[in-house]
Design a protein around this ligand. Structure first.
Ligand code: 6CS
Ligand code: FE
Length: 324
């Protein structure tokens, strides 16, 4: 199955024949849960897994892994300095890569941090992350999207239930679910400050969502997701089948999750910020094509399109993670 690609490359106008799209969603379709048609772990096993086989099997079965103690306290402290530096730089900024919380104006997310921060560029290429992603996806990988989600105290708002792949397929033209996210907790993610919630096993089902994709949807969806949202009964089915788990963990924890895992997070009404860095690794053979909707591609800071280049995993030293 390695290097499987969609049969329907976009036509010369860059449009797809939606009839052959196994992951078609929105566009007036009826909501539904269908079976995922592609692997979770694409490794060809010609190289040994970077994690215990039991952990790889758990990832395949549940769609995510939560690892503690991947980064040392010293490394986490350096990353927190960069987190604070970038947030101060973003306060009041009108840069398109800065997304604010509706209402409070607090910084909600900063996108494309692998371009604006040498520290996060080095971290995203770290062998512990990029090497693991490349093995799981059975291919060289590139960064489809990188971001900091700050979810500040008192005002950090929720991210409603969704599959990232549904959005990346429909709005970015990502052909197959041969991508994954790695989230590094940069502050303690507690059960109370809006940790990411997952539905184990949901990644093996694809939820077709109803509704259309509005023009410039990202200008709204990155603050409040209202399209690409599964129907309540489908969320209920997935939760009843696989349960609901929070991914709380101390700063430095690493969450790896499949692009199609159903996840979301509640608002943060505590005084404790829940700040995470997210890196999205996509297989080079799964590079984005034309969107699978009738909107133009989303901007480069949300979905890499013009600068697709394979990552070379690197062994960072603390100096590589030191700001400035
Ligand atoms: O639209 C996107 O790409 C973003 N939206 C969410 C809620 N998660 C993934 C990604 O950051
Ligand atoms: Fe998401």
């Amino acid at each position: 199955m390695a290097n499987a690609t969609l049969k329907s490359p976009p036509d010369i106008q860059g449009r797809h024949d939606h009839r052959s799209d196994p992951y078609a969603s929105r566009g007036g379709r009826q909501g539904a849960i269908i079976a995922r048609k592609h692997p979770v772990v694409w490794a060809d096993h010609t190289t040994p897994p970077p994690l215990d086989a039991a952990l790889i099997a758990q990832y395949e079965r549940e769609g995510y892994l939560l690892l503690h103690d991947v980064f040392s306290a010293g490394e986490v402290q350096l990353l927190q300095q960069e987190l604070d530096r970038l947030r101060e730089q973003a306060e009041g900024s009108t840069r398109s890569s800065v997304v604010t919380e509706p209402g409070s104006g607090q910084v909600r997310s900063i996108f494309r941090i692998h371009e604006s921060s040498p520290v996060f560029a080095n971290l995203a290429a770290d062998r512990r992350l990029a090497g693991l992603a490349a093995w799981l996806l059975g291919d060289a990988v590139y960064l489809h999207q990188t971001r900091l989600n700050y979810k500040g105290g008192f005002h950090g708002k929720s991210f409603y239930w969704h599959s990232d792949f549904e959005t990346w397929h429909v709005e970015d033209g990502m052909p197959l679910p041969r991508a994954l996210s790695i989230s590094i907790s940069l502050t303690d993610n507690t059960p109370h400050n809006g940790p990411l919630l997952v539905m184990p096993g949901s990644h093996k089902h694809y939820v077709v969502c109803e509704g259309q994709t509005p023009a410039d949807n990202y200008k709204r969806s990155l603050q409040v997701q209202e399209t690409g949202v599964p129907a309540d009964e489908h969320l209920r089915q997935l939760a009843e089948a696989g349960g609901l788990v929070d991914t709380a963990g101390p700063a430095g924890s690493v969450l790896i999750f499949d692009s199609n895992l159903m996840h979301g997070s509640g608002s943060n009404i505590t005084h404790l910020p829940r700040s995470n860095a997210f890196f999205v690794y996509n297989a080079m053979s799964n590079a984005v094509q034309a969107p699978f909707c009738d909107q133009p591609p989303r901007p480069e800071h949300i979905a890499t399109r013009k600068h697709i280049a394979p990552l070379t995993p690197r062994d960072n030293t603390p100096a590589d993670l030191r700001p400035g």
